[in-house]
Design a protein around this ligand. Structure first.
Ligand SMILES: [Ca+2]
Length: 197
């Protein structure tokens, strides 16, 4: 009896199904793994108003990483403070973190979406415990800008994790909204402002 495989339709069918499954197997085995990102996200969704503070534990390790506060400058500067200035200042308090501050004088960058956050940026040093997001005389880069991104880097022992947090500082510096955040959980790897996957 002569068997010709090539002319056997059911065999051909099986063969094509097999090769199709092999292709999909390869795709599923290699595809998603190669594109796996290591970005963690979360949200604060809080509004601070005059004279208050909030602290955020970004990486949920039980230690606060970054804080925000609104202070009244009249109280620290006394009656000599010019009455026609805004009297409030919105500040960020890096705790287990540093913030992206290319100005180098304590006014962190109000980043647009997709801005690169990595080791090349200039970062606040541990010595400075409060940096200004908005204050009088239009100083501070977040004041009245709507939603912008603050770049941060978490210091986890020897590891550095780059991230962003979304902030909206009012024009008169009487309030700040703190929205969502994200960070790259791979040591030293960059992230884009607003990147979530
Ligand atoms: Ca933490």
């Amino acid at each position: 009896m002569k068997i010709t495989f090539t002319s056997n339709p059911s065999y051909m069918n099986l063969l094509s199904k097999l090769s199709l499954s092999l292709v999909s197997l390869l795709f599923f085995a290699c595809g998603p793994e190669a594109e796996l990102s290591n970005i963690m996200t979360g949200s604060v969704n809080a509004e601070l108003t005059t004279k208050s503070q909030i602290f955020v534990d970004i990486n949920s390790d039980g230690q606060d990483d970054i804080g925000f506060e609104i202070i009244n400058l009249l109280e620290s500067n006394g009656p000599d403070f010019p009455a026609d200035y805004d009297t409030f200042a919105v500040r960020v308090l890096p705790l287990q973190s540093n913030v992206l501050d290319n100005s180098t004088y304590g006014y962190p960058d109000a980043l647009e979406e997709d801005a690169l956050i990595d080791s090349e940026a200039l970062w606040s040093s541990g010595a400075r415990n409060a940096l200004v997001l908005g204050t009088f005389l239009d100083a501070g880069q977040f004041k009245g800008q709507g939603w912008r991104y603050l770049g941060f880097r978490l210091n986890e022992g020897e590891q550095t994790k780059y991230g962003w947090i979304r902030l909206d500082v009012s024009d008169g510096n009487q309030s700040i909204n703190i929205g969502d955040f994200g960070y790259n959980n791979t040591d030293g790897e960059s992230i884009l402002a607003g990147q979530t996957e």
